[in-house]
Structures are given as structure tokens and as C-alpha cells.
Design a protein around this ligand. Structure first.
Ligand code: PLP
Length: 401
């Protein structure tokens, strides 16, 4: 295996060399505790504050509205559990979410259901997009929180967050969005989006793993999950991960400077990838919305082929791809996102996510399409079901047009 192509940027991204360079200083040289009063501490504190400014600038927030966490998962947990615990004493015990959220949201909601909270999981259309009017209809006197992701990690569909935010604001309900996949890729301004809480993860934007942030609109009250010395405005105790936070800060500055150019370049590459795959490989389809999707996301399904086999064969050719979210791709159940957009289990198992990143080139796209074509052909030739499937597909098309 000579060539290696990484097309799994929605799972994680490499740490940018500049992020790495700046972070390194904060492990050994500038190692102070940001809470200490002496010069070492002040140096660390100032670095943390600078990062807070960088994250705030990336999403149009105020500096004091940024709370650092251990990543997207913790930010989601803090936003959801923190809000409902705070509002429970006001008799509010209802959460509204979508059926295509990341497990960091869905499993948090499920665990709250076990404690007696009520959760409404709203459906999405065949493209994975939620109807804001469904949110309006689901709101009741007892609704404490609406949590809907900005962009989906598997199929890249972009949700109507601004519209949902307007509804939430009008009804006085707290609104959280998981923007882990959208930040740095599409415009993400907390005021334009009308959100009260927004989750970010550093490792999706060329920062380090294990650090993230939660935007908390001024005046929104949260019950902390982690108690201790009252760090991070009291929302998240524990000595700050200074090097990680600095990494997130530099990554945020880079994301802000590069977003438009990255989106334009990767969007063009992605469009070429989609066009070639659909043209070159028969019975291949694009999952998700044709246009309202993240610029770097392509999610395909191939009739008569198993996604897991595709991943392994592509890996042999040096290509890193994914079947869905990295967290669920080791499970054998079909993706809840693909099922929610109406695919059956077989179709959901035949899906592949290719997510582009800053390092990808035109050449990579050509190599991936060529490899994918060969792998799909090989797997279909080995599948006794392929002939039957293709006959059935043709029948179905004739019947339904
Ligand atoms: N939310 C979304 C939409 C994600 O894609 C991910 C990671 O895949 C997370 C949350 C979790 O973020 P982290 O890996 O930083 O915990």
C-alpha cells in the first residue's frame, strides 16, 4: 500500500501544524495553572482568555459566554442535563429533539427519560431535514429545552436552526444546537441562529481531541455536571486543560480565516466526487439533501453492497472512509440517521460516508472514484444477491418512476 488518502474528516481532523506549534509551549514551558495568582498562573490564564476570545469570535458570541469542556459530548450533556435540571423545579420536564441527533444528544435524552423526563423525538423528511412547524406543534407548557443539531454528522444535512430558534424565542423555550460538524464549515453566528446554547468540538476543526466549548447565552442558567472549584463561570469545575484550550483557540482563528475559501474549494471537490460516483457506478445514490448539506460531506448508497466491506476494501487501497458516525460504525445496527430518512435496513447497510478535509485534492477524488468503482464491482461480483437485487430495483423503478 503506497498511497494514503484520508476522507473521513467528519470523524476527526489532523491537528494543524500551527495549532500544534502553539499548543506545545503550554505542556512544559508555560505549564501554569490558570487559577494561580503568580506569573505562571497569569500566563496560563491569559492564554485561556485569548482562546475564549477566539472561540467567541468564531461564533459571534461574547467572551464570557464561552465555557470550555472536554469536547462535543460533554458540551451536549452539559447543555441538555444542565438546562433541564435547572428548570425541573419550575415544573418543566419536557425536551424536544430530532430523531437524527448524534448519540451525545440522543443517549443523554434517553437517560433523562429513564429518570422520568419526557422527550419528543421529531421525524425528518427524506433528506434528513426537520420541519420547524413540527417543533412549534410539539412545544407545551412543560417544555424546558429544544435541542436540534445544526448539521448532521452522517449525511451532512443542514437544519433550519434560525427558524427553529425564532419559534423557541417566541415561546420562551431554551434552544440548544450541536454545531460540532458545522462550525468552521458554514456560517455559525449565535445571534443570527437565535440559539441559547451551542456545542463545539476542537478535533473537528484541526484542533486537538478531548477539548471543546459550550456557548451559554448571557442569563441562561445551567446546573453544572461537574462540581468543584467553580472554574469556567461555575459551569464546569476542574483545572483547565490549558494546552488543549490554546489549541482550540488557534484552530478557531484558522477556521474563521479559512472558512469561506475551504468551503468553496471543498464544495467544488465534493460536487465533482458526487457527479463522478453517480455517473460511473450504476445503482449508486446520494443520501441526504442535494444542496442543503455541509460542503465537505458526501454520503452514498450502493445497491447490493455492504458498507462495512466497502470500508475494508477501500482501506486496503489506502483510503480512509466511514459508514456513518465514527462512534456507531463499530456497531452492527443500521444507522439511526439513514433509517430516519426512510431507508430500509439493507439500504442503510450499503452506505458510505466520504468527508473531505483541507488536505484533499482533485487527484484524491479521481483515485477514490476509480478505487470505489473497482471495489463495488468486485463486491457485487461476489454477491449472489446482486443479480436479483438489480432486477428488483429495475422493477421498482418501472413501478414508481
Ligand atoms: N456531535 C456531533 C454532531 C459529532 O459529530 C460529534 C463527534 O463525532 C460529537 C457531537 C462528539 O464530539 P466529541 O468527539 O468532541 O465528544
Amino acid at each position: 500500500m503506497n498511497r494514503r488518502i484520508y476522507m473521513d474528516s467528519s470523524a476527526t481532523t489532523p491537528v494543524d501544524p500551527e495549532v500544534n506549534r502553539v499548543m506545545t509551549q503550554y505542556f512544559a514551558e508555560k505549564f501554569g495553572n490558570a487559577s494561580s495568582l503568580h506569573s505562571y498562573g497569569r500566563e496560563a490564564f491569559e492564554a485561556v482568555q485569548e482562546s475564549r476570545r477566539s472561540v467567541a469570535n468564531l461564533i459571534g458570541a461574547n467572551v464570557e459566554e464561552i465555557t470550555f469542556t472536554s469536547g462535543g459530548t460533554e458540551s451536549d450533556n452539559l447543555a441538555i442535563v444542565g438546562t433541564v435540571r435547572k428548570l425541573q423545579r419550575k415544573g418543566k420536564d419536557h425536551i424536544i429533539t430530532s430523531s437524527i441527533e448524534h448519540p451525545a444528544v440522543l443517549e443523554t435524552c434517553r437517560s433523562l427519560e429513564e429518570e422520568g423526563y419526557k422527550v419528543t423525538y421529531l421525524p425528518v423528511d427524506k433528506y434528513g431535514v426537520l420541519n420547524p412547524e413540527d417543533v412549534r406543534s410539539a412545544i407545551s407548557e412543560s417544555t424546558a429545552l429544544i435541542t436540534v443539531m445544526h448539521a448532521n454528522n452522517e449525511i451532512g444535512s443542514i437544519e433550519p436552526i434560525k427558524e427553529i430558534g425564532e419559534i423557541a424565542k417566541g415561546k420562551g423555550v431554551i434552544f440548544h444546537t450541536d454545531a460540532v460538524q458545522s462550525v468552521g464549515k458554514i456560517p455559525t453566528d449565535v445571534n443570527e441562529m437565535n440559539v441559547d446554547l451551542l456545542s463545539i468540538s476542537a478535533h473537528k476543526i484541526y484542533g486537538p481531541k478531548g477539548v471543546g466549548a459550550l456557548y451559554v447565552r448571557k442569563g441562561v442558567a445551567l446546573q453544572p455536571l461537574i462540581h468543584g472549584g467553580g472554574h469556567e463561570h461555575g459551569f464546569r469545575s476542574g483545572t483547565e486543560n490549558v494546552a488543549g484550550i490554546v489549541g482550540l483557540g488557534v484552530a478557531s482563528d484558522l477556521a474563521r480565516a479559512r472558512r469561506e475559501e475551504d468551503a468553496r474549494r471543498l464544495g467544488a471537490l465534493r460536487d465533482k466526487l458526487v457527479e463522478l460516483v453517480i455517473r460511473e457506478i450504476e445503482e449508486s445514490y446520494l443520501n441526504g439533501h442535494p444542496t442543503k448539506r455541509l460542503p465537505n460531506n458526501a454520503n452514498f448508497r450502493f445497491t447490493g453492497v455492504e458498507g462495512e466491506s466497502l470500508i475494508l476494501d477501500l482501506d486496503e487501497k489506502g483510503i480512509a472512509a466511514s459508514t456513518g458516525s465514527a462512534c456507531s460504525s463499530k456497531k452492527l445496527e443500521p444507522s439511526h440517521v439513514l433509517m430516519a430518512i426512510g431507508l430500509n435496513e439493507v439500504e442503510a447497510h450499503g452506505s458510505l460516508r466520504l468527508s473531505l478535509g483541507r488536505d484533499n485534492t482533485e487527484d484524491d477524488v479521481d483515485y477514490v472514484v476509480e478505487s470505489l468503482k473497482a471495489v463495488v464491482q468486485k463486491l457485487r461480483a461476489m454477491s449472489p444477491l446482486w443479480g436479483k437485487t438489480i432486477e428488483l430495483e429495475r422493477w421498482r423503478k418501472q413501478l414508481h418512476g
